[in-house]
Design a protein around this ligand. Sequence first.
Ligand code: ZN
Ligand code: ZN
Ligand code: ZN
Length: 369
Amino acid sequence: MSQSQPMQRNNSNRVSPNRNPAAAQRSSNATGLCLAPCPRATPMSGHHDWYTLKGLTHLDICPSCMRQIAHSRFREYFFPSQPKPASHRTRCAFSNPWARLAWTQMIKKHHDSLEMLYQMTRPPPGARPCPGRTATDQTWHRIIDPGTGSYLPRFHICGSCARNVRILMPAHRDTFIPSTEPQARACDLVTSSPRFIRFIDLLDAAATRAEASHLPRPDTRELLAYARRKVTLRDCRRDRPVLSTWHYIAALPELSVCEDCYDETIWPLVRARYPIARLFCPSLRLLPGDGPDHCREASCQMYSPRMRAWFRDAVARDDFATLRSVALRRFEAERRFHHRREELLEAEARGYRVSDEMRKAVEEWERWE
Ligand SMILES: [Zn+2]
Ligand SMILES: [Zn+2]
Ligand SMILES: [Zn+2]
């Protein structure tokens, strides 16, 4: 989709939430399809205003998420959670992308019950959670490439993510096949990766097409093409500083972009011949800087939906001044955050309790991210 129509905005028929948070925050959101980021994504104590859902009282939902989703057909299911003990730390259930996806899917498919959300948030006892980006020696679910008849190389999904896909899109019940050979790897459907939403969109599009044309199984060719391209690129390390090579604009080296985010966000606009996109050097290079080899560590500046939305807007309006100002402010906010985090980690090593301060620092950074 973004390849051929780079300027396309939110399409409310798609399942993914948060594609454009700037737009999501602006619009009133009657269906709950585009949710703004959750402010209580890390476990925290001291709040007495949690909500829960009839029959799903294992979930606690923060007022911000609740306000956005309670407009929906399930509004009468919400009621205040039981009071929590003072020391109890609670995380908002709707900070989990899978719970959000289940919600948007239930609205989109006009479900009458909360069964899908229940299934999604109640894994079977003993189920292994997704290992995320941590390489773990376990068995994986694989996808068959119909072109070769064998597994798509280097693409592995953990059992938990495969189960979530099946719950969300029953048409994909046979798309991911459990392989019996254990391997030490990370999961390729990790929710914090910028690739995640694209994988979900492609799965959803294939499932929707299969249902509409009564195919026995979804056509996964588009998904496979995307996965095949992505497994050759390093996954975005988000805000982790690394000494690496980057795509950047010579006049704005602060806006360093990893190869994955370049491929996703900038390359389609380069192909569509937008002047600002074409200012990026097309090859990966070391950044000019102050290290011993006159280069510096950097982190990717283009993984968040917020920055991608800003970038696309600036490119569409050919407004380099705004892009520069947004990029520099983000760059400074990230520097402040890394500095603050180091200070707090040092204090923690000396025995101080820093969790509240750390949470504040992370929340402040998430506003800029
Ligand atoms: Zn929330
Ligand atoms: Zn996983
Ligand atoms: Zn990136």
